[in-house]
Ligand binder design. Structure first.
Ligand SMILES: [Cu+2]
Length: 154
């Protein structure tokens, strides 16, 4: 009996290790060619989260994210490393009223509106995204308006 519980504890720890095995991708990818979209994924934005926030794609896929802002505030989706997202968030906090043009890895969407972001996933691993608007996102290690794209190896 004792032996059995040790075995099940070992199995449980192996399972939980497996669940945490997704390492950060070596590259978050690159802007996608709208003519080479392999799949469309719909994401709804509300205060303050993405639905869904856990997304699975395959390495090499070009995904068209169809974003709908169903909230009452302006939201952004930014794909990047936690450092890049954090840096952009700090810039927005410092200059909250400064209009900034969207870069290829981000899109700003007004309440009630929709938008598209096309992204090519080149490396396997976890790719982060978040809304860097002040107050929506509290750093990659905290709760907030963020999500993970799990890129499965080819
Ligand atoms: Cu937001």
């Amino acid at each position: 009996m004792k032996k059995l519980s040790i075995t099940s504890a070992l199995i449980l720890s192996l399972i939980s290790t497996g669940a945490l095995a997704t390492e950060e991708a070596t590259s978050v990818g690159s802007p996608g060619d709208p003519g080479k979209v392999s799949r469309t994924i719909e994401i709804t934005m509300v205060e303050n989260r993405f639905k869904p926030s856990e997304i699975k794609v395959k390495q090499g896929e070009t995904i068209k994210f169809m974003l709908k802002n169903a909230g009452k505030k302006k939201h952004e989706m930014m794909i990047g490393t936690p450092e890049e997202i954090d840096k952009h968030g700090k810039m927005m906090k410092k200059f909250p009223d400064k209009e900034h043009p969207d870069e290829p890895n981000m899109i700003t969407i007004n309440p009630g509106e929709t938008g598209e972001l096309v992204w090519h996933f080149t490396e396997a691993g976890a790719v982060n995204f978040a809304c860097p608007m002040p107050g929506h996102f509290k750093g990659m290690n905290f709760s907030g308006m963020k999500g993970t794209i799990d890129v499965e190896a080819k």
